[in-house]
Design a protein around this ligand. Sequence first.
Ligand SMILES: Cc1cc2nc3c(=O)[nH]c(=O)nc-3n(C[C@H](O)[C@H](O)[C@H](O)COP(=O)(O)OP(=O)(O)OC[C@H]3O[C@@H](n4cnc5c(N)ncnc54)[C@H](O)[C@@H]3O)c2cc1C
Length: 475
Amino acid sequence: MSAIDTGMPAGPSLEARAAYLDAVLGSLPGLRLLTDEVDRESYRRDETAYLEPPLPIGVALPTATAEVAELVRLAAIHRVPVVPRGAGTGLSGGAAGVDGGLTIAFTRMDRILEIDRADLVVVTQPGVVNADLKKAVAAEGLFYAPDPASYEMCTIGGNLGTNAGGLCCVKYGVTRDSVIGLEIVTADGSVVRLGGRTVKDVAGYGLIPLIVGSQGTLAIVTEATLRLRPAPPPKATLIAFFAALDDAGRAVAAVIDAGVEPCTLELMDRTTIRAVDDIHHLGLDLDAAAMLLIESDLPGAAAGIALETAARACDGAGATTTIIATDPQEADWLRQGRRMAFNAMEQLGVARMEDVGVPRGRVPDLLREIERIASDQGLTIATFGHVGDGNLHPNIILDRDEPDGAAKLKRATDALCIAAIELGGTVTAEHGIGISRRDFLERQRGAGAVALMRAIKDALDPLGILNPGKVLSER
Ligand SMILES: Cc1cc2nc3c(=O)[nH]c(=O)nc-3n(C[C@H](O)[C@H](O)[C@H](O)COP(=O)(O)OP(=O)(O)OC[C@H]3O[C@@H](n4cnc5c(N)ncnc54)[C@H](O)[C@@H]3O)c2cc1C
């Protein structure tokens, strides 16, 4: 399948690129800087395999904020773009290379600096893997909530870059809701601290929510202070199967309406159930059109009561089977199966994961729209996602040697984005605009809102060196 052009801006001259790399080597002799083509190649893309972004001119692996600041200060002098990067698991091209640009990979800034039980915060460098942070705070009896399905691979810096969601947002919110302090490097190489450790703080404009989710286009995060909670009790798990997608959609509304406050409310459709079961052999109902995974982390008997209420709501919406998992290991496998759904999709062919979101009440409409688009365009679209947030991931699956693949993908993703907007929703609930969805930003947000975004970008990055061509298209 041919790659999709990224429409990225042209980079600096060859002389400027060489002068920049020389300046970096001169000023930071201890820095690990990869310039071999083979090394750079592995930093060209994130998980958007369907894009063909430019190769970075180098990849810097700093270990300290001061090195990041110097890399950016020199980049401003030489007008060389810089791309911050975590683990490269992003699904919008955010960490993909830019023409003539240096990629700054944070994998070596991977220290947890402090866990403070009294203030209930963790202070961390951006390169720490989400699961490692969770494990470290869990050892202290504490809980860091945000849990993207990729949590065993993705980094805190990447999560801050995308404002990552995940499986427990339905109860605990997205990454932004857990951030109370940041250290950032701005576009001129200055180091600035935002926020602190106070739970409530309204001094001045809210810059943290602006930086979180800006995909490295407004500033680079070099340290974060994140909110913790006391560890919740182990989860209780329910699965419900449905003969029709529509029934599963109605069950979601019924569960919420019944007053259940799940910590996980996930959906998998028939193609996903079969692909996941094929790999993980979980004994799922392969004839079902949809499955819901519902969990509660309420204490003691309350979790069981919540799940029984949820099971009744599912039955009322037409569930064919509801099962409350009695074995924690079995529940773990089910959760892991859902987390690995995208990998299961990739076994079926080239998979492009979309990320549409709608108000919860419109979920059944969105599910119908996805089925209509698949049937109109003669495509396989496998859907799973965080249905409790109204956030679904339709995966368009194409044969690897599909001759007209790029055009088919574009038609299908355009149709999905338009459907989400028309249902009062969003073209991206958690993966970000990046490169993949730039064309729809103005259609969703409106010209006035995009003009404000451009004004902010111009104010914070007047030379346009921070991850250019991402989020906002070139004028
Ligand atoms: C199998 C799979 C499942 C996934 N499930 C989820 C999910 O449930 N929820 C979800 O939200 N996402 C999910 N994702 C997408 C992805 O994992 C998230 O977007 C994650 O936050 C990316 O983290 P990363 O470390 O890989 O960042 P990268 O992909 O390297 O970067 C992501 C963005 O953050 C920016 N960035 C990185 N570091 C910094 C920094 N220090 N300062 C400023 N900007 C920075 C980058 O420039 C880029 O724009 C999934 C991906 C896969 C492959």
